[in-house]
Each structure stands twice: as C-alpha cells, then as structure tokens.
Design a protein around this ligand. Structure first.
Ligand code: APR
Length: 249
C-alpha cells in the first residue's frame, strides 16, 4: 500500500471523533476460517446455503443445519483471532478518547476475544443458542449441545442465535449499527464482498452521511468505486501498518 495513502488515512483517524470498523469473513481468513464466496475454498461453493444456513432449511431439517453449524463452530473454537483482529483491538486502545465501534457480519466472536469493547454483531453469534420463538430462553452453545432440542421454557425449537438466510436482523443491533455508521468520521470496510443486505448498505450510508470510506480487500468489490481509499491489502497487514503509523513507529 502506498505510504502516502497510509499517512492520509492516519491523519483522518487522528482527527476523527467516531471511528467504525465494518468487517466480513475476509478478516477471519487469516485465522483459517473459510470465507463464503472466495474461489474453491468459499463455503457456499461447497455446500448449498439454503440447505444448511437458511430458516427454511432449519424448519425442514433441523439436524442438518445444526450439524453444519456445529462443524463450523468446532473450527472457530479451534482457531483464534489473528493479527488483523488484534490490530483492530490495538487501534481502539490507540484511539482512546475517540469512539471506535466494530460492526461485524461475522459470527465467530473473534473481535471480542481480541479485546474490542464495542462490537455490534449484526448477524448474531455462533456461541449462543436461543428459543426460535424468542420466548426468552438463551444459553451458551458449548460442545455438549450436539443435537437440536426443544426450548425448556416453551417447547419451541432451540437454534443458534445467528441470522439464517431468510430471517430479519435483530432490530436493536442493526439500528445501533445504522446510527454509528451515520455518525462515523471514518468508516473502514474490511474483508467483505458487500453481497448481503441490509448490512451491505451501512458503508454507503456512512459515505453519504460524510464519512471517509476506506476499503481493505485484496480484490476490488462493488464498493471500490465509491470508497475514498481502496487498499489492495490483507486485513492483518493494513491494520498492523496503521497502528504502527499512529504510534509513530
Ligand atoms: N483480508 C481482507 N479481505 C479478504 C482477505 C484478507 N486476508 N481474504 C479474503 N478477503 C475478502 C475477499 O476478497 C472477499 O471480498 O473478503 C471478502 C469475503 O467475502 P464473502 O466470502 O462474501 O464474505 P462476507 O462479505 O463476510 O459475506 C457476507 O454473507 O454468507 C453471508 O451471513 C454471511 O456474513 C456473511 C455475509
């Protein structure tokens, strides 16, 4: 990445009051978690999301969805946040006194594990279970729960507390994400193909509300034309370089 761009971006961060980091599966690629649409390794290039990650698929065949998500959870539990997650957590410390919000499409929980305090998980989390009817039952998803079961409170199906295809996002979480996006002075988009709505519209709203839009992705995306800076880089490399620049190294 050109040093000139890094310095310009660092200068905007120094002056920013509200900073947002918006992340997708590409951020966790360096942890060994496959992305969804990248070439041969993309999860959706090897399995049909309608069967293993949609609400219709879950209601049709709960064990199939449950078992596919259990495999993904086992991989996530086996890996850990990478240098990109750690650098984003470091960025929050460097920018103490400014407001840094992470808005993630990822369900792996790696931002919180890396140390970020304000994380909005707009697609939920694979680490928690809830009653399908939102009756109030929630539980951690430890490896013990290896089969779907009925809600102990109301008898409805229990399922992972993440957004399956065909479902609405959590209103409260997404409106908080919208507000932070509209208030952002700088909005980093890292590791996402901007394929899935409504999350994919957050960077556009941020841009039109006045944020400097920075895209970090080894490949161009549909946002590249709109971004103020489009950095052809991996997440770990960029955020580590940005932290070093802000720390005067
Ligand atoms: N650093 C930064 N970006 C990367 C890296 C990396 N090391 N490796 C890959 N990428 C980029 C790819 O170029 C691609 O643009 O990450 C992006 C991953 O895109 P997707 O696989 O489509 O993942 P994402 O955008 O997060 O998908 C959005 O779709 O399947 C649903 O709910 C799921 O949250 C997910 C949503």
């Amino acid at each position: 990445m050109r040093a000139m761009n890094l310095e310009s971006i660092a200068a905007i961060v120094r002056e920013a009051r509200d900073i947002v980091v918006f992340s997708g599966a590409g951020l966790s690629a360096d942890s060994g978690i496959p992305t969804f649409r990248d070439g041969a390794t993309g999860l959706w290039n090897n399995v049909n999301p309608d069967e293993v990650a949609s609400i219709e698929g879950f209601l049709r065949n709960p064990p199939r969805v449950w078992n596919w998500l259990l495999q993904l959870k086992a991989l996530i539990d086996d890996r850990r946040p990478n240098a990109g997650h750690l650098a984003i957590a470091r960025l929050e410390q460097i920018c103490a006194g400014q407001r840094l919000t992470v808005i993630t499409q990822n369900i792996d929980g790696y931002h919180a594990r890396a140390g970020n305090a304000e994380v909005l998980e707009v697609h939920g989390t694979i680490h928690r279970l809830r009653c399908h009817r939102y009756c109030g039952f929630v539980a951690n998803w430890d490896q013990g729960s290896s089969n779907p079961f009925a809600c102990p409170a109301c008898g409805s199906p229990v399922r992972p507390d993440l957004v399956l295809f065909g479902e609405m996002l959590d209103d409260e979480v997404f409106s908080a994400a919208e507000t932070r996006s509209m208030n952002a002075d700088i909005f980093f988009c890292v590791g996402t193909s901007f394929t899935v709505q409504p999350a994919a519209r957050l960077p556009v709203w941020a841009k039109y509300a006045g944020a400097a839009l920075v895209e970090i992705n080894p490949h161009p995306t549909s946002l590249t034309e709109v971004a103020d800076y489009s950095v052809r880089s991996g997440a770990s490399e960029f955020f580590s370089a940005l932290c070093a620049r802000l720390e005067g190294k």
